[in-house]
Design a protein around this ligand. Structure first.
Ligand SMILES: Nc1ncnc2c1ncn2[C@@H]1O[C@H](COP(=O)(O)OP(=O)(O)OP(=O)(O)O)[C@@H](O)[C@H]1O
Ligand SMILES: [Mg+2]
Length: 230
């Protein structure tokens, strides 16, 4: 039987500001199984990033239920959310979000250094080296992010997302800041990770990349209007 990584039922998200309420998500039902590769597409403003931030516990839903691996994560406080995020979830964003003051090595090591159960420097070294190899960036370990090309920076961001062996990898427009050659390379890398067992959920505007997933969700006005198995 397939193992359920996460499930959402009837999730809504309302952003309230002084003058208006924005219903960013209006009743999302979603199940993601171990090893899945799910892509999410839809027009600007339809709720893709909102859904990803709820999946990644960067924000909490207004209503509905969300479980990760059987644990109810629908209403966590900030520190509980940070703990589960650090243990279980990796993020890759359009804008890389690397820290320019830190070396490539230390950027990748960061999630491990924030672990509640301390990871030894020896284990950190081993894990970071392994991830540098996966993204083929070993020769740049001591560089700073701003000394790298965009495609190389995104590969470092992928290594950082992988270093904690996340149960779920969340990816928001990973190729948005890259030319098509580097974009294709990043997508090939993500596909390879999925082939090796990583569970992936990716937002993209690019139909070619959306079609690389095993399941394609179409979001419109905060609802999943179509789910297509590819
Ligand atoms: N912090 C916030 N406060 C108020 N409204 C917000 C906030 N974040 C997002 N929204 C609104 O929620 C809706 C969904 O936004 P979201 O960022 O999820 O869209 P998206 O599908 O990722 O769009 P894009 O393709 O442009 O990145 C939009 O109408 C947006 O303006
Ligand atoms: Mg977005």
């Amino acid at each position: 039987m397939r193992e359920l990584t996460l499930n959402m039922t009837d999730i809504t998200k309302v952003y309230s500001t002084e003058d208006m309420d924005t219903h960013a998500l209006r009743g999302i039902d979603l199940e993601i199984y171990k090893g899945d590769f799910v892509s999410i597409c839809g027009p600007s403003g339809c709720g893709k990033s909102t859904l990803l931030s709820l999946l990644g516990l960067l924000d909490m839903p207004t209503s509905g239920k969300y479980f990760i691996g059987g644990t109810d994560v629908s209403h966590l406080n900030l520190s509980e959310a940070a703990y589960i995020r650090n243990e279980k979830i990796g993020f890759i964003f359009q804008s890389f979000n690397l820290i320019d003051e830190l070396s490539v090595f230390d950027n990748i090591a960061l999630p491990l250094r924030y672990r509640r159960n301390k990871v030894s420097e020896k284990d950190i070294e081993k894990k970071v080296t392994e991830c540098l190899q996966i993204v083929d960036m070993t020769h740049r370990a001591q560089h700073k992010p701003n000394q790298l090309s965009g495609g190389q920076q995104q590969r470092i961001a992928i290594a950082r997302a992988l270093v904690g062996n996340p149960a779920l990898l969340l990816v928001d427009e990973p190729t948005g800041n890259l030319d098509s050659r580097n974009g294709d390379a990043v997508m090939e890398m993500l596909q390879q990770l999925n082939a090796n067992g990583t569970t992936l959920c990716m937002v993209t505007h690019d139909p070619r990349y959306a079609d690389m997933a095993g399941r394609k969700l179409h979001l419109l006005d905060g609802k999943i209007i179509d789910s297509q198995t590819l």
